[in-house]
Design a protein around this ligand. Structure first.
Ligand code: HEC
Length: 109
């Protein structure tokens, strides 16, 4: 009984994190990264590419997302927190999880 209640609660927390990541993506990341994670302008990496950004560790991606990225020679920059200073580290973890689940090479469409 208790186990079932815990499982239900955990399921609800997962579902909440899922939609939260998706909502943040749509609000703060989609304009550059696109609805399918492929990138909408030159310099934005393709998340779906094997060996692309999602081959990095969670810690590395969290750091890039928190601090922003500007590699030399790349015609666009990733702004810190995607340009939304109101996002927390927990928000960024949720959105990175959404990105992995949705766009990682081999992820279900
Ligand atoms: C203004 C456009 C823009 C927005 C908005 C944006 N990104 Fe980016 N993002 C970029 C660009 C450009 C790069 C590649 C930068 C480079 O390699 O120099 C990038 C790279 C990344 C990477 C790869 C980092 C790495 O270490 O390889 C991740 C992960 C990422 N973005 C996540 C996000 C998330 C999450 C959001 C929303 C919270 C977001 N981006 C919003 C433009 C954007």
């Amino acid at each position: 009984m208790l186990a079932a209640a815990c499982a239900a609660l955990l399921g609800a927390a997962d579902a909440w994190a899922d939609t939260r990541g998706e909502q943040i993506y749509q609000r703060a990341c989609l304009a550059c990264h696109g609805p399918d994670g492929g990138g909408l302008m030159p310099g934005v990496p393709d998340f779906t590419e094997a060996g692309g950004p999602l081959s990095k560790s969670d810690a590395a991606l969290l750091q890039s997302t928190l601090e922003g990225v500007q590699r030399p020679g790349v015609p666009a920059a990733m702004p810190p927190k995607g340009g939304d200073p109101t996002l927390t580290e927990a928000d960024l973890r949720a959105v990175l999880e959404y990105i992995r689940r949705s766009f990682a090479p081999g992820a279900a469409p």
